[in-house]
Write a protein that binds this ligand. Structure first.
Ligand code: PBG
Length: 332
């Protein structure tokens, strides 16, 4: 591998002489097909509503989201991830609305897939949009009860698959949920439903704006998700998480957040060689977007952040900037 390089026989600047040359030897390429747009859909609502900490990101009513999805598709993006914003009155300690047949997210998925059958639709599996305490699982005393939660998540997954979701994405970090969901999907004859596991999901401070967006922040209060999400100090544990999820039946694994965890993305892709996605989360987006809007950062910083994630080894990236970046790439 080691090549002796010596000036002036080697001048690395030769290949940086103009943009055509630079592009010719470019190692990483980000394209629209690598990008997934998350969208927030709000129950009993029409129009679109700002999310203060995430400029340019909105909560849409179901009719309005259909127009937005058309725009996303026109930008060149083929995949979205949907997140419901549920009526407060429907939240309870068990997150029961999550397994209510014909709940808001199921009817929304049906409408979306009916209008855009080719669109790859990813549906999140977790109870946090539905619990009155804001946790991803159900509480038993002070504890998030793992096995009881897995049962509900499995039911939730079947509902989402039945509604037409192409990809089911458990983001809850309970132990054993991939095995349980995969088994039930097979049993119910959803043999081609793809499981995208949020396998290495860290207990990060970068989720703040998302929790505002789905109104779970105030419910969670000072409570932490440290008993199920990964310790930010750990790297090798991420390999264990991923290995287990692959064995249990995950088709794709995901690392979350992205930019503060580029080492993890690289390690996982390098070790397992399976489809590996990364989630550029709300706090990462917010940080960049607000600095760009203030004029403190050049707007190219957003594209640069996505390229760093791709370069680290991610095959695809969930990003709130997906649509705008896709338009930018197209017009380049
Ligand atoms: C929870 C969930 C979270 C996100 C997606 N699904 C946050 C959390 O753990 O509270 C975060 C996404 C983001 O910050 O953009 N099921």
């Amino acid at each position: 591998m080691f090549i002796k390089r010596k000036y002036p026989s080697t001048r690395l600047r030769r290949l940086r002489k103009n943009s055509n040359l630079i592009d010719l030897v470019s190692e990483t390429n980000l394209s629209s097909s690598d990008l997934i747009q998350p969208v927030f859909i709000k129950e009993n609502f029409s129009g679109k509503e700002d999310i203060k900490s995430m400029p340019g990101v909105f909560r849409f009513g179901i009719e309005d989201v259909l127009k937005e999805i058309e725009d996303i598709i026109n930008s060149g993006i083929n995949s979205i991830a949907v997140f419901p914003v549920i009526e407060s009155s429907k939240k309870d300690s068990q997150g029961s609305e999550a397994i209510n047949i014909d709940n808001f997210i199921s009817t929304s998925i049906k409408k979306i897939k009916n209008q855009f059958p080719e669109l790859v639709l990813i549906a999140d599996v977790a109870l946090d949009p539905y619990t009155d305490h804001g946790h991803d699982g159900i509480l038993k005393g002070e504890e998030i009860a793992n096995d009881e939660t897995v049962k509900i998540l499995t039911e939730q997954s079947i509902l989402l698959a039945d509604a037409g979701a192409d990809i089911i994405a458990p983001s809850d970090m309970m132990d054993g949920r991939i095995a349980s969901i995969r088994k039930e999907l097979e049993k119910e004859n959803f043999k081609n439903t793809i499981l995208l596991s949020y396998a290495a999901k860290y207990n990060s401070k970068f989720y703040g704006p998302f929790r505002d967006a789905v109104n779970s922040a105030s419910k969670l209060g000072k409570s932490s998700k440290s008993s199920y999400q990964m310790n930010i100090n750990n790297k090798e544990e991420a390999l264990h998480e991923v290995a287990i999820d692959i064995n249990e039946g995950a088709d794709i694994v995901m690392v979350k957040p992205a930019m503060p965890y580029l080492d993890i993305i690289h390690l996982i892709k390098d070790s397992f060689k399976i489809p590996t996605f990364a989630y550029q989360v709300s706090g990462e987006f917010s940080m960049l977007k607000n600095a760009i809007n203030e004029g403190w950062l050049d707007e190219g910083a957003m594209l640069e952040s996505l390229i760093s994630i791709k370069r680290a080894g991610a095959d695809a990236i969930l990003s709130y900037a997906a649509k705008e970046i896709s338009k930018e790439i197209k017009n380049k």
